[in-house]
Design a protein around this ligand. Structure first.
Ligand SMILES: C[S@@+](CC[C@H](N)C(=O)[O-])C[C@H]1O[C@@H](n2cnc3c(N)ncnc32)[C@H](O)[C@@H]1O
Length: 286
């Protein structure tokens, strides 16, 4: 698949919002001590959500096709551990451990620089698969392979799955047009495969039904505010993730896009804009 580039800066900005948004019920399904493969791991934000929730895995494999993001994992996790009195130990360039001196639990990490298309051959070596903020980038082809290959008694945790719904407290007559354009843009061709965008959720439901896997879906939407400098900054950055791809897209009416964007910027700066970005956490028990 073609590379989708995400910067460490963007992933670091969204991490606090993701930590708050992942549904509390996930803890019932994601058990400690299992072997887990985090597909499209980025800088390992999902593993830090696990640590924040006291969920320790003996072995977590962080798979991503972007080596630069994987290279930042130890440093970012180290900072996270310092604030929580957890001890981090480097094993090698690609491997480290986190220890909790109070509970004596250990969390083991390894990084793997691979395209996710190559993860299919690995999945049955793990008890849990996790994919965070990823499934909208996947193709139906990949999902079919995953569902066909995976064995019984596994848990697949797909968290922060974008569901295509974006709503604002202060409505604009172009909101619907912009959201439709963005959702269309997301379903673009990547190396011959079409990424599914928000439709990935329906495909996952269909495949789970076909395979008779149990599927449970929770809400994990972002609620973005404009009341502090940090919230304003993140809100601006989020708006850019809608604006920039549409600006490049020859189908989107540029005049409408500019008008819409400027009106949202003004509302963020005035401190009044609230945006709800629809996400779901999905648990599949095979
Ligand atoms: C939105 S980011 C989410 C990162 C991380 N899971 C998180 O929650 O912060 C999507 C991640 O998927 C990775 N990715 C996208 N396409 C990929 C592919 N074909 N193979 C492996 N990783 C991929 C990107 O490099 C990026 O790290």
């Amino acid at each position: 698949m073609k590379k989708d580039h995400f910067t460490s800066t963007w992933l670091a900005l969204r991490e606090p919002y993701d930590i708050l948004s992942r549904n509390k019920n996930l803890k019932k399904f994601i058990r400690q001590s299992d072997r887990i493969l985090d597909i499209g791991a980025g800088t390992g934000a999902f593993s830090r959500w696990c640590l924040a929730n006291n969920i320790f895995f003996e072995n977590m494999m962080l798979l991503d096709h972007d080596q630069r993001l994987l290279n930042n994992t130890q440093r970012i996790t180290s900072r996270f551990c310092k604030n929580r009195k957890l001890i981090i130990k480097k094993v090698s360039k690609k491997e480290f451990k986190v220890e909790d001196p109070v509970s004596n639990l250990t969390f083991g990490f390894k990084t793997l620089n691979k395209d996710l298309s190559l993860s299919i051959n690995l999945i049955n070596n793990f008890d849990v698969l996790s994919m965070s903020a990823l499934i909208d980038l996947l193709s139906f082809n990949y999902l079919k392979k995953l569902f066909n290959k995976i064995k019984c008694d596994k848990v697949i945790a797909m968290t922060l799955c974008f569901n295509g719904k974006i709503n604002w407290n202060d409505k604009n007559s172009y909101d619907k047009y912009i959201v439709n354009e963005f959702n269309r843009e997301q379903q673009s061709i990547k190396a011959g495969d079409i990424s599914l965008g928000y439709r990935s959720i329906d495909k996952v439901k269909q495949l789970s039904k076909k395979k008779k896997f149990k599927i449970t879906i929770y809400d994990s939407s972002w609620r973005l505010l404009s009341n502090t400098d940090d919230n304003k900054n993140f809100h601006h950055k989020y708006l850019e993730t809608l604006y920039k791809p549409l600006k490049r897209n020859k189908y989107t009416d540029n005049k409408i896009l500019e008008k819409w964007y400027i009106s949202k910027i003004k509302l963020i700066n005035s401190g009044s804009l609230e945006t709800r970005v629809g996400h779901n956490d999905i648990i599949i028990e095979t």
